[in-house]
Design a protein. Sequence first.
Lengths: 99, 534
Amino acid sequence: MSWIRREWTPASADEWTREDWITIVVSPIAYMLLMIGVALSMLLLPVGYLVLAAGVLATGFMHWVIDPKLKVISSEYEKRQREYLEEVERKTRWEENDG
Amino acid sequence: MAAFGFLDWLWIVLYLFIMIGAGILFYRLGKRSESDFFLAARGLPWWLPAASVYATHTATDTPMWVSGVIYRHGLAGLWYSFFAGWCAISAFVSTRIFRRSVAYTQAEWNTIRFSGLGAELLRGWMSGWQVFMSMFILGWVGVAMGKVCHYVFDWPVWFGLVFFSSLCAVYVMAAGYWGVIMADFLQGVIAFAVILLVSIWGVVAAGGPGAIVEKLTAMGEASRLNPFTFTGWFTGDFPIAWFATMIFIAVLGGFGMGTSIDWYVEAQRIQSARTVRDASYSIWWGTALVLMRNSIWAVAILGFYVLYPNISATADYEMAWFRIGFDFLPVGMLGFFFAGIVAIHISTISAVLNLGAMYFTRDLYLHYWKRDATEQQLVWVGRIATLVLLLGSFFYGLIMEEITSWLIFALWIMAAGIWLPNILQVIWWRFNAWGYLSSWIANLGLSWLVVWVLPSFGVIPELPDYQQFWALMMLGALIYLPITFLTKPDDMDHLVRYYVMSRPIGFWGPVRREAERRGLLMTARDAMAEREAL
């Protein structure tokens, strides 16, 4: 699926893109399908198995879409985290007041 | 009163021994620093905070509440529990933004996102409110445990409240968040096993899944098997308008921070995850487990309904899941069941104790009182705050019967009128501290008017809760939007720093352009060139 981007640079991964919006749409649907699917499957209703399978597929698809991007965001952000932590600490201890 | 044998007591003693042992085991890690005591040094893989999200949101009163809505509405009642669905979007939006801010608490985030006096006022208000809310939730959950102990052992309600919350406080004070998270993992596993076992037991007691379906059909109650059974567009006790409002609130709330009361607990788990990716998955999977757990409970409650279809007293059918366990499990398994209930209870108590202590220590003591406090002093203040919260929760728990309706109102006003401002603060650069602060204040007044005062004088009819939500949302906007536009935007330096650090979603055009102008971010043209090169 060429319309789903799988390779990211740190700068491009930081942007909100089509992959994020696909995840934003699929994620609640996956929750609904899993919730209803588990209940109906426990009652051994055939429609429950179908709904649950759809929920599992939606969950897998969502992770497939967003995971490469999240990996790049995370690894890039970790490099800068220490600097941000120091800044937050200074602000809490009133060592810097930019207001 | 349930009859416990030797094996039952053994389960309980063994469980309590393991839980308190976890505290002692992680004592050395917890006392190293403030970051260890409250965030496990931000080093957890996703599955540990996920287990904590799941365990924390499985409280003693949760099966009572789920039993109530399923007994009344059948599987359609599952939608009441779908409020947790805010995590669907939050896991990939507000969780990512909040994790990148590295704020310990939502109160601290206010001073990272907003600037000046307004931000400080917000931080003070938010931290005080959260300390109060933590005490209230501890009392609320604690008294539910007292009632369960009264039901099982005929103990006085106060004893169940005080005994188990105090045991839990031992490991929270010893090891802080390290103790909470490790115990939550064990508690999550035990609680899930018990929920699955007891629920399957309940289904079997009702004759099995097929028999439940057949009996419901024979009773003319087959609609209870349909999760989409509504009573009309706007009429009855389960209208489509309510469902649509609930889905709207739950799902879109994920764009904001604080749109659900659970956000404040999750925020601590988000910051304790070792990366942004771990934070996202911990929230998503922890909540997925919560929703599937509710489904398992729901089927057991349908079984209970088939066995006892004519219970009219809410207090009786809300005990359905507990009755399945205590009425149908054999001696020897009762203790395992009760240990599971204790796990459910303690995981919530420990999380809220540590959370409230973090707001007190970080946002009140360190920020406003002793800015040069050492790491060791902060750990000790965290422990003392834990103890004070525990004692306060006993007070709240014991007067809860008299004040419940007032406190439910407090929860409601917290959620309705500030739902949209909680989103705006994340997605709109121009929304400032004064706008957000005024939305809280306006909501306090408006909710009284809309929910109680105006209906009492016949000015407006008593509105269903979903209509109150829309009314409060629109009336509040008439106040905080003008205030936002009549006051200055936040300082641009401050906004640029926040934007580059957190990379929020939404309407941040002027801040983005300023960051690009300063060479802090790549322009769209540069990004395109980089992509083509790749």
